[in-house]
Design a protein around this ligand. Structure first.
Ligand code: HEC
Ligand code: HEC
Length: 292
């Protein structure tokens, strides 16, 4: 038991406790049973004109009350921790109580957990109670960033219920995102392309997939700098977290100004890793919740 005092301080506490108890016992005893207790003073002092200091012994039930309290204290100190580092004969501690109930918990739920772990994702998704649990985990761990319903927030945290998955939509890829986290690297292009280049390539991004984009003045810059990650047609690459930029779903905003800001300054979205924070079952539940 690391949190109980040891060595000198333990001994000190014992001595102080026991000496105080003995003093209280002696005081009680002397009040009732010593020779002085019987003696009556010759003159009873009077204070403030009419306040007399009486000399009657206190009632006997006080004595028994104090006596019982003392016995209780001694028994308590024998059984439970309280006297320095002495742990008491019952060996009780809050820590061991927690450990005990944790063990019970593990025992009680081991079967249930095994059963759930062996379920397929589809089976989990069809189990309303399990999906409820998954949503509670989501609310606790993920909603602060991804929003209470997982639909994204603040043009910073992606919607997890749309069809666009930057890092891939398969159960394995989603599990990777949750377990290991993700770090997007979209560097800033202004130094390389200049303001004019940023403008053109951003306009080109908006024109992707439309008629006439073939001859757009931003195309050469795109083909040279962006294709490696976003693909020739802007479909993106889940291995790099490069999003599809031909659809209407935008993380950082799809108007020209937002796209220019993205291209000019870069974007470095970070999804924290949850592999250490959540256990296997919790991660599996979240994957079942998100992968559809
Ligand atoms: C090294 C790979 C890489 C290159 C090269 C690259 N990007 Fe990106 N791009 C990314 C990644 C990764 C993201 C996601 C950033 C994030 O989530 O924080 C991204 C995000 C974007 C977005 C924001 C999409 C949204 O949903 O808001 C735009 C627009 C974009 N890139 C345009 C471009 C353009 C234009 C170029 C070329 C000038 C380019 N990218 C070059 C990797 C790249
Ligand atoms: C601190 C904020 C934060 C928290 C908390 C957080 N995320 Fe994320 N998450 C992000 C950001 C930011 C991204 C986008 C990263 C990027 O730009 O590539 C992301 C991306 C993801 C992706 C990939 C999306 C895609 O399009 O591929 C998944 C899946 C995901 N998060 C799931 C979760 C789950 C499940 C939780 C809760 C266990 C969670 N996130 C908690 C910030 C967070």
């Amino acid at each position: 038991m690391a949190d109980l005092p040891s060595g000198f301080w333990s001994g000190w506490i014992m001595v102080v406790t026991l000496v105080s108890l003995a003093a209280v016992a002696w005081l009680t005893y002397s009040l009732y049973f010593s020779a002085d207790a019987e003696e009556q003073p010759e003159v009873e002092p009077v204070w403030d004109n009419d306040l007399r200091e009486g000399s009657k012994a206190p009632p006997m039930w006080w004595f028994w009350l104090l006596f019982a309290a003392l016995i209780f204290t001694l028994v308590y100190l024998m059984l439970y921790p309280g006297l320095g580092s002495f742990t008491g004969f019952l060996n009780w501690s809050q820590g061991s109580r927690v450990a005990e109930s944790y063990e019970n918990f593990e025992l009680n739920f081991a079967d249930v957990r095994d059963e759930i772990s062996s379920m397929s994702l589809v089976e989990m998704q069809n189990d309303l109670a399990l999906m409820d649990t998954a949503e509670r985990i989501f609310a606790r761990e993920c909603a602060a960033c991804h929003g209470p319903d997982g639909r994204g927030q603040a043009s910073l945290f992606p919607n997890l219920h749309d069809v666009d998955w930057q890092w891939g939509a398969s159960a394995e890829q989603i599990e990777q995102s949750i377990r290991n986290g993700r770090q997007a690297q979209m560097i800033a292009w202004e130094a390389l392309l200049g303001a004019e280049g940023v403008q053109q390539v951003s306009e080109y991004v908006l024109s992707l997939g439309t008629e006439g984009s073939e001859n757009h003045p931003g195309k050469p810059a795109y083909d040279q700098n962006c294709v490696a990650c976003h693909g020739i047609d802007g479909a993106g690459n889940p291995l790099l977290g490069a999003p599809r930029i031909t659809d209407d779903i935008w993380l950082y905003g799809g108007d020209l100004e937002s796209i220019k800001t993205t291209v000019r300054e870069g974007r470095f979205g970070i999804m924290p890793a949850f592999g250490e924070r959540l256990d296997e079952l919790q991660i599996k539940l979240l994957v079942a919740l998100l992968a559809r």
